[in-house]
Write a protein that binds this ligand. Sequence first.
Ligand code: AMP
Length: 120
Amino acid sequence: MSKAYDNNNVFAKILKGIIPCQKIDENKFSLAFTDINPQAPIHILVIPKNPYIDFYDFTKNATSEEVKFFWELVNEVISKKNIVEKGFRIITNSGKDGNQDVPHFHVHILGGRNLGKMIS
Ligand code: AMP
């Protein structure tokens, strides 16, 4: 049985306007905002506006238009933040082993310094 989406997760509340966020950009299907606990000088989260739990759920169930708008917003953010040339890292955590804290699909965009080989 597939997992159910938790309507009360913190990103759902941001999307409903119940909790504020520091918005960077948005499009029809996606929203980008600053991570509240930044791990690098640039640490931005990109989320779909529709309710998907994780990478697998999003990739399996989102429309191709949603997927396209999602990655377009990621590219818009890295362009806006001037890290296309310098580089960046995109991370998505999933499930227990991935240590995903917020059960609404998101990618972390990290940059602004050399991030090392991997984040442990
Ligand atoms: P993950 O462990 O991949 O689920 O990451 C969840 C991320 O959400 C963490 O990096 C948190 O710092 C971030 N976060 C949690 N609450 C908020 C919030 N209200 N606004 C912005 N970022 C948040």
